[in-house]
Design a protein around this ligand. Structure first.
Ligand code: NAD
Length: 307
């Protein structure tokens, strides 16, 4: 890693970073690395994403291979496991420097995360899974939480880069543990959001004012993140996507993706997840009715209308 002269009060190590996948999340993350002084070689299949990356201080390159070649860290932020496996197989594993750290920040299935790390190890390379909590706003503000799966040494090497894109970097365990933490966390979130929504719906039908119910539940045992940080009722609690007609925020389609990954993982280890399974069914119904792009808290409208 090359080190440039530090400005007063600054602790920035400038490194060559290959960044592959510049979508809603990756675009902001790559921009933050560039802002911190890294030499970011960025690639995406979309020309528009490449233009935005250039405007944000990255150097757009012509292929994923070119992004990975010579990089000290190769970061991927792609839609699903199949994309990550393909990009690693065709563009990363053959060209990465033996000293490079490979960091996949996408949310993918645990099995693929482990397999990709094994393929990297077989080539003498070091890889971690590092999925994120926090949405598009956190990606562009540099306030993501990263949950990292990999060896102690790999974690330390990845941390230097992840810290430049987030507010917390946590070592979850061995390869695959980051993805396990991510889907278990989001399985809680999906079930908890539905429970919060149905409580507001029932409270309303029982004649309770939403604000009065919020004032009570938010300081009682019904309190949760879905209640006090992301209240699904417009005009109640802090400003949330509910106040913007459920636009922006965390799309129901992405919640459904994470719940499906959680169910797949639960099946692979024979775990009982009845609440997670029901949450997946309800998000399947909500997203399937044309609401996939709406914020996941919008499921309150489906519950009001009785599915
Ligand atoms: P996105 O669809 O906006 O971006 C994915 C990008 O990958 C696209 O720009 C696409 O062109 C690019 N891509 C696909 N295949 C490629 C390839 N072979 N080579 C290069 N680029 C390729 O998705 P996103 O919202 O940025 O999400 C990325 C990942 O982060 C997903 O795994 C998602 O589950 C996870 N995530 C998203 C959020 C969120 O709020 N959006 C929050 C947490 C985690």
């Amino acid at each position: 890693m090359r080190v440039r002269a530090l400005r007063f009060g600054e602790d920035v190590k400038m490194a060559r970073v290959g960044f592959i996948g510049l979508g809603n999340m990756g675009g902001g993350m790559a921009a933050n690395l560039a802002k911190k002084g890294h030499d970011v070689r960025a690639f995406d299949l979309s020309a528009d994403a490449l233009d935005k990356a250039r405007a944000a201080g990255c150097l757009p390159v012509a292929s994923a291979r070119e992004a990975a070649d010579g990089a000290e860290a190769v970061i991927t932020m792609l839609p699903a496991g199949a994309h990550v496996e393909q990009v690693y197989r065709e563009s990363v594993l053959d060209v990465a420097l033996p000293s490079a750290i490979l960091i996949d920040c996408s949310t993918i299935d645990v099995a693929t995360a482990k397999r990709v790390a094994e393929q990297a190890t077989a080539k003498g390379l070091v890889a971690v899974d590092a999925p994120v909590s926090g949405g598009i706003a956190a990606a562009s503000a540099g306030t993501l939480t990263f949950m990292v799966g990999g060896s102690n040494e790999a974690f330390e090497r990845a941390r230097a880069f992840l810290a430049d894109m987030g507010k917390a970097v946590i070592h979850a365990g061995v390869n695959g543990a980051g993805q396990a933490a991510k889907i278990c966390n989001n399985m809680i979130l999906g079930a908890e959001m539905i429970a919060t929504c149905e409580a507001f719906v029932l409270a309303h039908k029982l004649g309770l004012d939403a604000q009065a119910f919020y004032d009570i539940a938010s300081v009682s045992s019904g309190q949760s993140w879905s209640m006090t940080s992301y209240c699904p009722v417009p005009g109640v609690g802090p400003e949330t996507p509910a106040d913007r007609d459920y636009q922006g925020g965390f799309a129901a389609a992405l919640m459904l993706k994470d719940l499906r990954l959680a169910m797949e993982a639960a099946e692979s280890v024979d775990a009982e997840v009845p609440m997670g399974a029901r949450a997946r069914e309800l998000y399947e119904a909500y997203a399937g009715a044309g609401n996939g792009a709406r914020d996941f808290s919008g499921i309150i409208n489906m519950l009001r209308d009785k599915p």
